[in-house]
Write a protein that binds this ligand. Sequence first.
Ligand SMILES: *Cc1c(COP(=O)(O)O)cnc(C)c1O
Length: 401
Amino acid sequence: MTSYSNVTRGWNKLSSTFVRQARPSAQAEGTSVNLPLTRGSTVLFPTLEDMNTQGRRRYEHEYIYGAMGTPVQHELEKAIATLEGGSDCQIVSSGLAACTMPFLAFMQAGEHCLIPDSVYGPTRRFAENTLKRFGVSTTYYPPQASAEEIEKLFQPNTRILFTESPGSHTFEVQDIPMLAACAHAHNALVVLDNTWGFGIFAPFEHGVDISIQALTKYPSGHSDVIAGAVIVNQKHHWKTLRDTAIEMGQLAGADDCWLTLRGLRTMGVRLAHQARSALDIALWLQEQPQVATILHPALPSCPGHALWARDFTGAGSLFGVVLQKEYSQAGMENMINHLQCFGIGASWGGYESLVLPTSGGLTRNFTAPIDGAGPSFRLQIGLENIEDLQADLLQAFKYLQ
Ligand SMILES: *Cc1c(COP(=O)(O)O)cnc(C)c1O
């Protein structure tokens, strides 16, 4: 039986770490607990010699020029690297930029990559358009492929095995240690979009080489920031990544980095609360006659639930709902249009509840995870009172057709 502690223990454990990240040292009397916000392009140096030595220190998260990151960006980089368990982090302009950066930094024309069929839609579009244009080919694999199945898909030129666990629309949890072992046997790098698992899945302990975070989601937490992070745990990967980020002009604005650090402070309590509410709503929905299946990794009905139980220390606020097959897509959309508490909108991880029809089925090469079921949607559970959310879902279900 899934208990609250199964979904909240990682968040509770990290609460003190979230609070203490990137705090200025208290050496000077009167230091604020928060970092000052430095906005700036030009950095002044006392002499040309100083400027030239500083310029060579691009790998050290130092303030050299605004386009290489401001002090608050560098502190955010250290905080995110610590929380992911990596050595270094590059902050980029969006979660999507974080998804594309490993391909741009580590692949050459003529190479091949493997991407799960459940991948975030814009990552797939990048593979189909930009990567193809630059001579990189992609094979999509079933997110729950066995070792034998994945083994057959490697080519001599496969450079990246991309993973995303769980998928952000269809919630298949992937066997990352198994996939990493296969990839490493073929000298390929393992990249994980760990946005859902931030704080509750330790990527590098499970064999990942490069981890990705959409900071837009849980870390900033208030639906007012777009930013991303790429995290590595090996210095030679850090150099490649950092060089590419600088060459491409990748960074995030100082204000957005500052807001993300501010969001991080409360991430432990926000997510512990949201994880409990999401579990309550998921268990309650499971009992409703209109619902066929719940795709919440902490529930046995979710593909890969056993992997979640083995590898994760919690769950978040985002899960899927599959309706009975008597309902049509249009009927479900009618229901969604009548929700009052749940906003209709993309993204997730903020303080507010959201709803979105599942989009995975539209672009996948393989079948959706639940064959023969009805239409499906995804819920992001925010900080509202759960009785209000339940009442809202109940009244909207009357509009199902
Ligand atoms: C939202 C999201 C992204 C992209 O983040 P943006 O900051 O919106 O570009 C990437 N991966 C996953 C799994 C996401 O949910």
